[in-house]
Design a protein around this ligand. Structure first.
Ligand code: SAH
Ligand code: MG
Length: 207
């Protein structure tokens, strides 16, 4: 079955996307009814990009993957999600770009995925192409999460999808900012709820 192969390809990558949520991401992207490319904010080593990229490839779409590849606050040494193997020893800085490229090549997605290596708000401020789907999984602090929300949601086409990862309705389960931007999306009138699997939330742009 196609989804089993997809799960195996994604599980080969380091990262923070459980298979059930990744498959939900894939199915949402595969169900898109509007034209245009997809864009993810926060790619790390490419795990979620494999799920989104598979749907993009099937539809002949492009997936842009925006990440400076230096890691979020929570990926830095001493923090919960630190992996010493992704540190560039010469620079002493995280560099997930080589891992990301390897994941994309192994998954056969080099013709589908375009890496945009840079700071998300900087790229968002100069972005002009309407997007069929945006997936937000970048920095999870208050500033980064709200800036990603403000910078990227205006680029989602009406009828398109906005997915947000690490949304925890119960504060005991995890940090607040992804939950806060999900609440903003629901309350500001542009999006309605579409799907929820684990900490993944998918919304559809209505106007
Ligand atoms: N979606 C990934 C996990 C992303 S982890 C997966 O499926 O495994 C969060 C990522 O956001 C990190 O790789 C980090 O480098 C990136 N990030 C954090 N702040 C950023 C910013 N301001 N601009 C670009 N990327 C950022
Ligand atoms: Mg995440």
């Amino acid at each position: 079955m196609m989804e089993d192969r997809l799960r195996l390809a994604a599980e080969a990558a380091r990262g923070f996307m459980p298979a059930g949520e990744g498959l939900a991401l894939y199915r949402s992207a595969a169900s898109l009814e509007v034209d245009g490319p997809l864009l993810e904010v926060g790619s790390y080593c490419g795990k979620s990009a494999v799920y989104l990229g598979a749907a993009a490839r099937q539809a002949g779409r492009v997936l842009f993957c925006v990440d400076h590849h230096r890691g979020s606050e929570e990926n830095q040494p001493g923090w919960e999600h630190h992996d010493p193997e992704v540190v560039d020893p010469d620079l002493g800085l995280i560099d997930t770009l080589p891992f990301f490229r390897r994941t994309v090549a192994d998954a056969g997605l080099e013709g589908t995925i375009v890496a945009v290596v840079g700071d998300s708000p900087t790229v968002a401020s100069l972005w002009a192409t309407p997007l069929a789907m945006v997936f937000i999984d970048g920095g999870h602090g208050t500033e980064p999460a709200h800036r990603d929300y403000e910078g990227w949601t205006p680029h989602v086409r009406p009828g398109g999808l906005l997915a947000i990862h690490d949304v925890f309705e119960n504060p005991a389960d995890g940090g607040r900012p992804p939950y806060e931007i999900w609440c903003r999306a629901l309350s500001e009138g542009f999006f309605e709820e579409r799907a929820a699997v684990g900490s993944l939330r998918v919304l559809r742009r209505v106007v």
